[in-house]
Design a protein around this ligand. Structure first.
Ligand code: PEP
Ligand code: MG
Length: 587
């Protein structure tokens, strides 16, 4: 029977990759592995460890094979995730702990390995950071492969997908996601997942829609059911009616023409209608995002969050490892500048490499975070400073400190930077002597006493995410009070104005690298307040550029003046939203 005659069901998930797709579901149901539990005779224990080591070797070979296939079919970048998987397999902590558990308990190696892997997965999954939580998926993925090998079972795959179908799965593991045939998948929908899961990263790179977090869609539909996937609003419509199909046909047309309007300015200058050039840069977290920076024509990187290198590993990266990652980005983008931010862990980002370094705190956002932790761990901090300095020899680097609250911290950080420079001179390693050093302005004390900091650094970069959180006392990750987190609050506007004026009075460039910079509605306000540079997620660049090209800077200045006079954030927002709508309409 044609499932289009069945009644329509609407399911709300999380919009993860933009676009609309209509087609039949390919229901991908993975079965759970059953792991036997038994005691290994003492005389067979050496052989049991050898069996484990052999399984690791076989898994490594399997992964290399898939990696080669994926490189050939989808490209090198897509295949990079398998490097992360090989690293999990080489993780001495994971392997060592499994063997120790086995020696202690005498239980079969599958049981011990599964227990240790689950401990790791839980530790990552508990991290209050969406991206890192998803890295638990890498460990889960690899552990599953190892267990399949140990149990002599073939691992499942998504290769059965042959038609143009919508993949519907409980979750899609990183290696499964990387193996999806681009020409066969219309969209990806998962019960689980978040905006940063691998399924989503792959969907975005394939430019197909994705909706995640649908909870139990896999239980509600059958293979072959007709689905409408709305990757803009995060909606799945099962068995869409003729009316819905018609409505979506119109939506799709309008969205497509709006997006192609935005993309039409992708390689054009970010220049206002009255001739003012604006610098637009990208925020990145990993070296493989260099390609996106280029694709969206960002004028370099305004914020490279180095902590992701520290957070994605169970060990603190060495100076050499950091240097390799930083150099890859800097050389890859040279001569465009790359602003490397020193380690910002703590708060919502605990350090898995050494959890004791920060430890549990009653108020982590007000605690031992970022520069505070680095200044108390000078050897670790200087390793990073040396790695950044060494990368500066390969292009144009700016260094920036997070969470500076006052002059003393900036002095101490700069003193350590001088020591790092002296170390490199002693070693005879080159670096850029003129590397600029900036301060993030994301704590109210730094914003209000900016004049003191301006004397001691070359530029300011406003981190609106934290600045608003600390100014309004709203935990940025707490859903219950999320409605109070308001960039249009008069206090926010006044502080932004003050920081820009202070920076400019001292001849310092002032940029914004918080989420506000990539939110087109707020862009005219920021520019009208005098912000020199905006840095954002690369994919947001065309929308921001489109708006900049459509507006006049003189009008943005008037808008900022008007906005500063308002006392009610709702009215302020209405004002800036009207400005946005006037310049950018999605017909
Ligand atoms: C900010 O606080 O605005 C910022 C850019 O830093 P992060 O989001 O990494 O804290
Ligand atoms: Mg911040």
């Amino acid at each position: 029977m044609d499932s289009r005659n069945k009644s329509e069901i609407i399911i709300q998930g999380i919009a993860a990759s933009r676009g609309i797709a209509y087609g039949q579901a390919f229901l991908y149901l993975q079965s759970e592995l059953e792991i036997p539990r038994y005691t290994v005779d003492p005389d067979k224990r050496v052989a049991e460890i050898a069996r484990f080591e052999q399984a690791l070797v076989v898994t490594r070979q399997q992964i290399s094979k898939i990696q080669a296939q994926v490189t050939q079919n989808l490209g090198e970048e897509e295949a990079l995730i398998f490097d992360a998987h090989q690293m999990v397999l080489e993780d001495q902590a994971l392997i060592g702990e499994t063997i120790r558990d086995f020696q202690k308990s005498g239980l079969n190696i599958e049981t011990c390995f599964n227990a240790v892997a689950e401990r790791y997965i839980r530790a990552f999954a508990e991290i209050d950071d969406e991206y890192l939580r998803e890295r638990a998926a890498d460990i889960k993925d690899v552990a599953k492969r190892v267990l399949h090998v140990l149990l002599g079972q073939a691992a499942m795959s998504l290769t059965e997908l042959v038609d143009k179908r919508i993949i519907v799965a409980h979750d899609v593991s990183p290696s499964e996601a990387a193996g999806i045939d681009r020409s066969a998948a219309l969209a990806i929908v998962t019960d689980a997942g978040s905006r940063t899961s691998h399924a989503v990263i792959v969907a975005r790179s394939m430019k197909i829609p994705a909706v995640v977090g649908t909870r139990d869609l896999t239980k509600k539909i059958k293979n072959g059911d007709w689905l409408m996937v709305d990757g803009y609003e995060g909606i799945i419509i099962v068995n869409p009616s003729e009316q819905t199909l018609f409505r979506y046909g119109k939506i799709q047309k309008a969205k497509k023409s709006f997006e192609s309007r935005l993309m039409s300015v992708n390689d054009m200058a970010a220049e206002t209608a009255d001739g003012v050039k604006v610098t637009l840069r990208a925020n990145i977290e990993k070296p493989d995002e260099v390609a996106l920076v280029k694709e969206y024509h960002a004028q370099g990187v305004g914020l490279y969050r180095t902590e992701f290198l520290f957070l994605s590993s169970t060990k603190i990266p060495t100076e050499e490892q950091q240097y390799a990652a930083y150099k890859e980005i800097v050389a890859g983008l040279a001569p465009a500048p790359v602003t490397i931010r020193t380690l910002d862990v703590g708060g919502d980002k605990p350090l898995p490499g050494d959890p004791h370094l920060i430890g549990p705190e009653a108020n982590p956002f007000l605690g031992f975070r970022a520069i505070r932790m680095c200044l108390e761990n000078p050897e670790m901090f200087k390793n990073q400073l040396r790695a950044i300095l060494r990368a500066s020899a390969h292009g144009s680097v700016e260094l920036m400190y997070p969470m500076i609250s006052g002059a003393d911290e900036l002095d101490r950080a700069n003193a350590m930077l001088e020591e790092a420079k002296a170390d490199l001179k002693k070693r005879g390693q080159p670096f850029d002597e003129k590397m600029k050093v900036g301060t993030m302005i994301e704590i109210p004390s730094a914003a209000l006493a900016g004049d003191v900091l301006a004397e001691k650094c070359d530029f300011f970069s406003i981190g609106t995410n934290d600045l608003i959180q600390y100014l309004l006392a709203i935990d940025r990750g707490n859903n219950r009070i999320a409605h109070l987190y308001d960039p249009a609050h008069p206090a926010v506007l006044r502080v932004l104005k003050q920081v820009v004026e202070t920076g400019h009075a001292h001849g310092r460039k002032v940029s914004v690298c918080g989420e506000m910079a990539g939110d087109s509605v707020y862009v005219p306000l920021l520019l009208g307040l005098g912000v020199d540079e905006l840095s954002m997620t690369p994919t947001l660049l065309p929308a921001v550029k489109f708006l900049i090209r459509a507006m006049k800077m003189s009008d943005a200045k008037k808008l900022a003046e008007e906005a500063l006079k308002q006392t009610d954030p709702k009215k302020t927002f209405a004002l800036i939203e009207a400005f946005y709508n006037q310049h950018v309409k999605s017909e």
